[in-house]
Design a protein around this ligand. Structure first.
Ligand code: NDP
Length: 465
């Protein structure tokens, strides 16, 4: 088990979109912080040389965060480019040579999922997997069966503790803050249960469409793209019990316990939608029934959460770009004041994107004789930009062998177990207008819990029980 820091960084997919948008900026930041003092080897089949890779990195940095001359010069020197097809054994022979005497290379599979298995096998057959770690991009499988099969293949060649399944949501500062706020304070735990909490909802809204990635998106859809992974991870951080200690496995044990408590989804727990105009997107099948919107109701069979519904909604072409959690507390047991606003539910709001907010919603009395109130938000934390980009944090952790922010085999399979029954066309897909909140059926799903919150409005509608 290599506990040592990695000593070579290999990234498959060097010429791809993800490398351009995320990986080069993360690599420059890691070099700047002194965390990436090792060969950086990019592999693709574009017939490039290392100068073209450097140029691509520079272009990427100009567009995403800026070039830091000193750090970029250092990164450029560390860079190598290997050209070759991932299906060709010679590619891995070249890599074996390029790795020289590196003992613990880190192989990052920033490539289409169909290439995960051929690359892992190529690494193993050439000896490049010895002492190595591997980072696997999302999506991890298309359903329970394929996720299990991928885990089996990975385990043939790598120990579980050397496999880093990326979910970049876990590297986001506000997501980390969610975990921190829950377990660094004592005020939440006494009320964080079915006695005090009426419901929780997570909204991940995007005010844009598939942005030219229609071909990719049409094979995936909202549930596979963001619900099974990102939204479930946020849900786990919201609902899991306190980890026994700070180890990566203690955290992941609690997540696993939570995922295991989740009932498999039934058709009546989900609404799928597709925005008008999706079928005209380049790369999308003319008769596609892939969802660009999903709303789900989740039940957990635990003492803590018995009877408390959890809702997730995620979609494209919605009115706003925002990811937000709203935790509704139950109403006071008695209506003490003769005031229509009395009984409006208290809530916690965790906004994760685009700004970061942690706040508590409450009622305060309006000045005057009448015992009338109005809602306010007590903002505990608010800021615009996050300190460290998720990919920088995650790649840095993988280099150090710290897997706390990566998904474990059993957790990923449990998440698929919950989702599996409703994948595909088991429930119909309803059309919705771009700029709306998705199909009307999604409102019915959550009606009894007070409805969806509009993240644009900082005053939350009543709705606790
Ligand atoms: P791209 O299609 O843009 O890039 C694919 C890369 O893989 C290219 O470098 C391509 O090389 C290389 N490649 C593919 N097949 C072969 C082969 N047979 N031999 C050699 N090289 C090959 O994909 P993305 O960068 O968009 O995505 C990569 C991964 O990251 C995917 O798993 C995706 O789901 C994930 N991801 C992507 C995000 C994004 O915003 N793009 C966001 C989150 C995750 P060449 O160009 O030389 O053909």
């Amino acid at each position: 088990m290599p506990t040592a820091k990695s000593d070579a960084f290999v990234f498959f997919g060097a010429t791809g979109d993800l490398a351009y948008k995320q990986i080069f900026p993360a690599l420059q930041a890691l070099v700047k912080d002194g965390k990436l003092d090792m060969p950086v080897i990019g592999i693709a089949r574009s017939g490039w040389d290392v100068d073209q890779l450097r140029k691509r990195a520079e272009d990427s940095l100009k567009e995403h965060g800026g070039v830091d001359q000193a750090a970029f010069a250092k990164l450029s020197k560390q860079m190598q480019y290997l050209d070759g097809d991932y299906g060709d054994a010679q590619t891995y022979e070249k890599l074996r040579k390029a790795l020289g005497d590196a003992q613990h290379p880190l192989h990052y599979l920033a490539i289409p999922p169909s290439m995960f298995v051929p690359v892992v096998k190529g690494l193993a057959a050439s000896g490049c997997s010895l002492g190595a770690r591997v980072i696997v991009e999302k999506p991890f499988g298309r359903d329970l069966q394929s996720a299990r099969a991928l885990n089996r293949t990975l385990h043939r060649f790598f120990h579980e503790h050397d496999i880093f399944r990326i979910d970049h949501y876990l590297g986001k500062e506000p997501v980390q803050n969610l975990l921190y706020f829950r377990f660094a304070n004592s005020l939440l735990e006494p009320i964080w249960n079915r006695d005090h909490i009426a419901s929780m909802q997570i909204t991940m809204a995007e005010d844009f469409g598939v942005q030219g990635r229609g071909r990719f998106y049409d094979e995936v859809g909202a549930i596979r793209d963001v619900v099974q992974n990102h939204m479930f991870q946020v849900l786990a951080l919201l609902a899991m019990g306190p980890p026994a200690n700070r180890s990566a496995d203690a955290m992941r044990d609690e997540k696993l316990r939570l995922f295991r408590s989740m009932r498999p989804l039934r058709a009546e727990d989900i609404v799928r939608g597709q925005f008008d105009g999706y079928l005209k997107e380049p790369g999308v099948a003319k008769n596609s029934t892939v969802e660009t919107f999903a709303a789900l109701r989740i039940h957990m069979d635990t003492w803590r959460w018995s009877g408390v519904p959890f809702f997730i909604r995620a979609g494209k072409q919605l009115p706003v770009k925002c990811t937000e959690v709203l935790v509704r507390l139950k109403n006071p047991p008695q209506q003490v004041f003769d005031d229509p606003s009395n009984g409006a539910v208290n809530h916690f709001r965790f906004r994760l994107n685009p700004d970061v907010i942690i706040s508590l919603g409450a009622l305060v009395k309006e000045p005057g004789e009448a015992m009338k109130g109005h809602p306010v938000e007590l903002v505990a934390h608010r800021h615009i930009r996050t300190a460290m980009a998720p990919y920088e944090r995650l790649l840095g952790d993988a280099i150090d062998g710290d897997s706390a922010l990566f998904t474990r085999d059993d957790c990923v399979e449990e998440a698929w177990r919950v989702i599996d029954p409703i994948l595909g066309d088991k429930v119909p897909v309803h059309k919705y207008k771009p700029g709306s909140w998705g199909p009307g059926q999604a409102d019915a799903l959550i009606a009894e819990a007070g409805g969806w919150n509009d993240p644009r409005v900082e005053t939350v509608a009543r709705g606790g029980r």
